[in-house]
Design a protein around this ligand. Structure first.
Ligand code: C2E
Ligand code: MG
Ligand code: MG
Length: 563
């Protein structure tokens, strides 16, 4: 090699050897030249590399499509932009590589000249910076910045889907005392331990963030007041057991304020501010408790929570009682049956009626043990009356939808009958249209099994639900109870008259007994008699009464027609 050309080659060689970046020349899908740095980067010798290794050998399979596309673009003369792929060394180890290729010509051959860099370190650093920016360094929880992002996302989604959401402001009670008396490092350990316990309470989709100090924020997408209250209760409970930090046994409590989207605010600042206000209300209320921002929420959910927790103890504390209302045969005036109606004798609230607590019991699943108790008690009472010589054809027991659908319901009914000795024909289960319509196939199976046992079935509150006539034919129902709302204005409202008489006629043509609920006046009774109604129940005869009073009514038969 001579003169200027030799000088240029030497210069090129020296430059390439000194470069601290991988440099390549690629043509026809193979590496024509790679510099020493690039050989070292991938662990190949120059001989192994040049003309043998192709670009796809250097990247993981997932990146093949992308790299092939880039190669085609360079071959077509299109300049490249730096891009990142996962590279594979000769020994199989991986790293993140940044590539920049440019089209060029090498004699007649179109080539691509480019540089590659190992950017693994930079990637790590970037990730760490992101973590520092988004997460609290002490607890590792999302910080204020990330909380803002997530809240904005949550509000956008809630707005789109018409969902509600809750934001909680949680502040540790008297945390300053821990810091002041035991030092900041114990305080820090305590915060971490608390963060762990709180994390275990919230769901995956929730965000538990730390705003600094002893303040935590919990973001709960897709929840309403009741669930938020339940989560708050569990958060308070989770901190109840003492913490052991730095050789100290510490007990802490916290106060929680809750704001609800959308009623308490449409943006994070308002929601935070209102949750903060509510948190101070919780502090004022003696700490270790939670409060909603809006007052109505407090009273509604607090009563409900109170009811829920005392409902759990009501069974064992024997606070339930059954009252019985006579079912009267319209033709003879005889009391031929009784409907069992539950009452809750609450320590503070006094007598609580079923309409107030049955829905709560249904939501919490408490209805199952309560319903089992009702059935047992009613059957036991019916058998007592029958054994003492009183005539009682039917003991009617209300069954809630959840209870009816619980596994083993039929077996439970069978068990109660054999335990009490009550004959199955004496028991009548009252179901609403909503209960039987829920899942017609399952319902039919259960109803048929009960029917085969000999248990009677009646449709309660008839006329208020779906009122589909088709299922009256399909389901083994023996009785229809016309809802009180149609009886109330029977004397004056022609629509109600039409409905009542239609139900009565339809019932008789389907050979079903029809009972009118809520009969309060002699006029209503007279109308029903004209219409040919079979049975009646209501205050005109008797309110629901205690078992003792019902015994007297059964014995005296005060409504029987005497000539
Ligand atoms: P229901 O089964 O339709 O019971 C009839 C309700 O109407 C009873 O209310 C009864 O006291 C009331 N009532 C009867 N005659 C008259 C009347 O002439 N005028 C007026 N204004 N009301 C009358 P109660 O005892 O408050 O029960 C309400 C509902 O609670 C019941 O409606 C039933 O759905 C449910 N329930 C009661 N006991 C139980 C139970 O043990 N289990 C379940 N799952 N639900 C029950
Ligand atoms: Mg009923
Ligand atoms: Mg009813």
């Amino acid at each position: 090699m001579s003169g200027v050309a030799g000088e240029a080659t030497n210069l090129f060689q020296a430059t390439m050897e000194a470069a601290q970046v991988g440099i390549y020349v690629m043509g026809d899908g193979r590496f024509i030249y790679v510099n020493p740095f690039m050989c070292a980067l991938f662990g190949y010798s120059a001989e192994e590399f040049q003309n043998r290794v192709g670009p796809l050998d250097l990247v993981v399979a997932e990146d093949h499509d992308w790299v092939s596309e880039q190669l085609a673009l360079r071959a077509a003369g299109v300049p490249g932009h730096p891009y990142e792929v996962t590279a594979r060394r000769k020994d199989g180890s991986l790293f993140t590589m940044s590539v920049l290729g440019m089209p060029a010509r090498f004699g007649d051959l179109p080539v691509s000249v480019g540089t590659v860099l190992d950017v693994t370190e930079r990637k790590h650093a970037e990730r760490r910076i992101r973590e520092l920016a988004d997460f609290d360094a002490l607890t590792g929880l999302p910080n204020r910045r990330l909380l803002h992002d997530r809240t904005a996302q949550m509000i956008a989604a809630a707005e789109r889907d018409g969902n509600s959401a809750a934001l909680m402001f949680l502040d540790i009670d008297h945390f300053k005392r821990v810091n002041d008396s035991l030092g900041h490092s114990i305080g820090d350990d305590l915060l971490c331990a608390l963060a762990l316990r709180y994390s275990a309470v919230v769901r995956k989709v929730d965000t538990l963030a730390r705003l600094g100090g002893d303040e935590f924020i919990i973001l709960l997408p897709d929840v309403g007041a009741a669930t938020a209250a339940e989560v708050a209760r569990r958060l308070l409970e989770s901190a109840a057991a003492p913490f052991s930090v730095g050789g100290h046994e510490l007990t802490v409590t916290s106060s929680i304020g809750i704001s609800l989207y959308p009623q308490d605010g449409h943006d994070i600042d308002t929601l935070l501010k209102n949750a903060d206000t509510a948190m101070y209300k919780a502090k004022e209320h003696g700490r270790n408790t939670f409060r909603f921002y809006s007052t109505e929420m407090n009273t509604a959910t607090l009563e409900r929570l109170m009811m829920e927790s005392s409902l759990r103890q009501a069974l064992t504390a024997q606070e339930f009682k059954l009252h019985y209302q006579p079912l009267v045969c319209l033709e003879s005036g005889d009391i031929v049956g009784a409907e069992a109606l539950i009452r809750w004798c609450h320590r503070d609230l006094g007598m609580v009626m079923p309409d107030r607590f049955i829905p709560v019991a249904e939501d919490t699943g408490m209805i199952n043990p309560i319903g089992d108790w009702v059935l047992l008690e009613a059957c036991r009472q019916a058998q007592t009356w029958i054994a003492s010589g009183l005539c009682l054809r039917t003991m009617a027991v209300n069954v809630a939808p959840v209870q009816f659908r619980q596994a083993g319901f039929v077996e439970m009914v069978g068990g109660v009958l054999s335990l009490t000795g009550l004959c199955a024909e004496r028991l009548e289960l009252e179901l609403t249209e909503r209960t039987v319509m829920h899942d017609a196939e399952v319902t039919l199976g259960t109803l048929s099994a009960l029917d085969r046992m000999g248990v009677g079935l009646s449709l309660d509150d008839f006329g208020t639900g779906y009122s589909s006539l088709a299922y009256l034919k399909r389901f083994p129902v023996g009785k229809l109870k016309i809802d009180r709302s149609f009886i109330m204005d029977l004397e004056t409202d022609p629509d109600d008259q039409a409905i009542a008489s239609t139900i009565i006629n339809m019932g008789s043509s389907l050979r079903l007994t029809v009972l009118a609920e809520g009969v309060e006046t002699a006029e209503q009774l007279a109308r029903l008699r004209q219409m040919g109604c079979g049975m009646v129940q209501g205050y005109h005869f008797s309110r629901p009464v205690t078992a003792e009073r019902m015994t007297e009514l059964l014995r005296d038969q005060p409504f029987r027609y005497r000539h």
